[in-house]
Design a protein around this ligand. Sequence first.
Ligand code: PFF
Length: 449
Amino acid sequence: MHKTRDSFGSKFGAIAALAGSAVGLGNIWKFPYEAGNNGGGAFLIIYIFFTLAIGLPIMLSEFALGRRGQQNAFGTFKTLAPGSKWYLFGLLSIIAAAFILSFYGTVSGWTLEYVWLAISGAFHHQTAEGIHDTFNTFISHPYKAVIWQVSFMVITGAIIVAGVKKGIERYTKMMMPVLFVIVILLGIRASTLPGAGEGLKFLFYPDFSKLTGQSVLSALGQAFFSLSLGMGVLLTYASYIRKTENLAHISLQVITTDTLVAILSGIAILPAVFSFGIDPQAGPGLVFLTLPQVFQSMPLGYFWAILFFILLTFAALTSAISLMEVVVAYLVEEKKMSRLKATITTTSGIGLLGIFCTLSFGPLQNIRFFGLSIFDTFDFVSSNILLPLGGILICIFAGWRLDKSILCDEISNEGRLKFKFFRLYAFILKYVAPICIFVILLNSMGILK
Ligand code: PFF
């Protein structure tokens, strides 16, 4: 079975797919508003610290486990820990991926509507209020947002069905470089707006007085979310990486790309927020409310707007593909479905769940769990509970349960590569990362103050 397994055809293809998974709405849509909510520069510092100190070792471990297992998340744990219940963790991560994709599809649907709005010139000569109204009317519409969300899921499914090399790799290789260039250009434009200095100060000046336990948790949740950690995505993709590639290098490249795009997005969005007097705590709508105003003030703004929302859609798509692949790989390999059937099942199931998230901005907005809407509940449970929990379990599995020599073999390509930091890495994996995540989790649940 392993011989005929699809895989990434090149190193660049693997990095594009992995970075494509990491770089997504989390960077462009979520990071700037999380930073805005949590004291800007102080949040950024903690975020980068978590990314390097905890994210990097966990990512490397997921890569090692996935490439060793050569299967979907469930099968990998079954093979690496036979006779144990670890496969349940594999199952949990598959469920978590489905959860995330449900609410991810909602915002991805919004991006498609915004591509359309940009093309039809809807932002032209609009006042700030008009732009607000457009957004609020759209997200609360009884079916418009659902149509876009479902369309987005179908596009994701169409790429997935083509396979790893001909679908995932081929499309992410085209989309990622374009995305990178556009975000740089937008950053340059936004930071030269009048009053932009305020926004840059907000992003980079660390105001630690604004940091709370909750913001530390958000920084950790954001790092996990942004790096696609702890939910079987990296593990599944790693099973398609060739045995000759250097996993440590790939982790570093993916992490650098992801962090750079998050910072660049902050640079593209926050100065504009200040320049136009928008509240940086506007939440999920920030990018949809801010950037249409930036485009109006730019020469060729009409084209920039189209380009940007296409970028956002690409970013969302490459991440959604990775989430869907976790579920599809499981259904194909464990439930013996054809790739087509597995994709149709996944697209319909997650699409349906996502409809509830989408409608929670409109007709279902009164359904609340502990005060949170359906969308916010999905987001909170997955980013702040399931992902950190997945992270701890990866640390326990790779750090304690798995034979160290397996990990070492996989990272060093059976001893062919040097990995100087193995002891530091193993120490962080065994002690520092799980304890850190655990304390933050307890704090978020109010058990530890
Ligand atoms: N990393 C993606 C982003 O930043 O938008 C979202 C994501 C993809 C989260 C895959 C989790 C995941 F497993």
